[in-house]
Write a protein that binds this ligand. Structure first.
Ligand SMILES: Cc1ncc(COP(=O)(O)O)c(CNc2cc3ccccc3n(O)c2=O)c1O
Length: 430
């Protein structure tokens, strides 16, 4: 893979921070090294002494001495080293990426801890997308991604999706304006990046089947595309056998995978991680060196201690607890939809995630219904237009989240929604 082809001028211009290099030399140096080089503050002045974190099951762990110092001090840009090691082991166990051991300057696989997966996405877009670029993207898709991309001035090549995710034929159709050979021409405007949310898509709840993933990966090989696999709902697949990831089939080193602990451990700790080809991960790290420096040391140390205490079995038990809860919430929302929305709306039951994508029958544009009228019924949902690359496009869809509402609230919320829809249809003379 020729990774420089994908990089923006801004990303190519990024150089390693001299001070961060000094820190790396210092960290690698012998204990006898006397350093007067770096400007890290004296941690003996920090007022925090130790912390005990107690979990809901009554177990606990303590942060003290060297761990507390690490939690309070600057750390390596790639992430807290013991956590990075644990995460690389997790990726090997879950995805067994074919490029894991690929030698050579193109490098194998690398990983960087980011401040939530959103931070990783934003830095990857900055690395890959320049004004005027064509980007292939799920439609509808995550509003945060659209907000990150719009200011970059790219052209959205919306690829149709259904309840099984991106439609490979629709992807081929979008690419039919070019030939695979165009990817070899420096002056071609052929797309270089494909962004997709493979599991429990936000907002549709759709999950790509394995066969579709393999077909999409083959298309990416033909047209030399990078795949941005934005997968924060990977651990929210209700099945006991999660679908193989793009990373697990990435024989070329063309997948950048974005993971997050927001949905299974804590959204406020802001810990995500990007896994992908070393030359691309290096660019993300160079950007981090001049933005956040590194993800919060406290968050990383806390997670490392949690994983160290849990072991693999403990982590798997937490994932099982989380996906069982969301599967139950999904069932509750589907039951409420069947009870209140039958005849008024259509939907597909998701197999992952926390969202239900609902088409309101007879209502061409849900924007005003949701933003102006829904509050009169004291029910709030997400209007479908916020998930479209053209916010002026009309859509009959709304997104309902089953992540936080109680079963009673979900039932009452859909009862209110049904009343709202009926009043709207009556007002339209339908
Ligand atoms: C597909 C996809 N990719 C990346 C992210 C970011 O996750 P993180 O940075 O790892 O925490 C997300 C998070 N999505 C949302 C977040 C959110 C936060 C406050 C309020 C509302 C929110 N709604 O509605 C969301 O959908 C996502 O769905």
């Amino acid at each position: 893979m020729n990774y420089s082809r994908y990089l923006t001028a801004v990303s190519l211009a990024r150089q390693p921070s001299a001070l961060r290099k000094l820190t790396a030399i210092q960290n690698a140096g012998p204990p006898t090294l006397i350093t007067l080089a770096t400007g890290a503050p004296n941690s003996t002045l920090f007022p925090f002494h130790e912390a005990t974190i107690t979990l809901k099951d009554g177990s606990s762990f303590k942060l003290s001495d060297s761990l507390m110092t690490a939690a309070l001090q600057y750390g390596p840009t790639p992430g807290f080293t013991p956590l990075v090691k644990w995460l690389k082991g997790l990726q090997q166990r879950l995805h067994n990426p074919p490029t894991l051991t690929r030698p050579g300057p193109e490098g194998g696989l690398d990983l960087v801890v980011t401040t939530g997966s959103m931070d990783g996405l934003a830095k990857a877009f900055d690395m890959l997308i320049k004004p005027g670029d064509n980007i292939l993207i799920d439609t509808p898709t995550y509003a945060g991604t659209l907000s990150a991309l719009h200011p970059l001035g790219c052209n959205f090549l919306d690829v149709q999706t259904d309840h099984c995710g991106m439609v490979p034929d629709a992807l081929r159709n979008k690419l039919s304006k070019w030939t695979p050979g165009d990817s070899k021409k420096a002056d071609s405007d052929i797309p270089k990046v494909l962004y997709t949310i493979p599991n429990g898509c936000n907002p549709t709840g759709a999950s790509l089947t394995e066969s579709r993933k393999r077909e999409i990966y083959k298309i990416a090989q033909e047209y030399d595309l990078l795949i941005m696999e934005d997968d924060p709902y990977y651990f929210l697949q209700y099945t006991d056998s999660p679908a193989p990831s793009f990373l697990s089939m990435d024989v070329d080193g063309r997948v950048l995978r974005f993971d997050s602990f927001s949905k299974i451990l804590s959204s406020g700790m802001r810990v995500g991680f990007v896994t992908g080809p070393a030359p691309l991960i290096e660019r993300v790290q160079l950007h981090m060196q001049v933005s956040v420096l590194h993800t919060s040391s406290m968050s990383q140390v806390m997670l490392f201690k949690l994983f160290d205490m849990w072991g693999d079995d403990g982590f798997k038990e937490q994932v099982k607890r989380v996906k069982t809860f969301y599967s139950q919430q999904k069932d509750i929302m589907i039951a409420a939809a069947e009870k209140w929305l039958t005849g008024l709306a259509e939907w597909h039951a998701p197999v992952a995630g926390m969202f239900l994508w609902i088409r309101l029958i007879g209502i061409e544009d849900t924007k005003s219904l949701i933003e102006e009228k829904a509050m009169s019924k004291e029910v709030l949902l997400a209007p479908g237009y916020v998930f479209l690359s053209d916010p002026n496009e009309k859509t009959s869809y709304i997104r309902a989240s089953f992540s936080q509402a109680t079963p009673e609230q979900i039932d009452k919320g859909f009862e209110r929604l049904a009343s709202l829809i009926k009043e709207e249809l009556a007002a339209q003379g339908k």
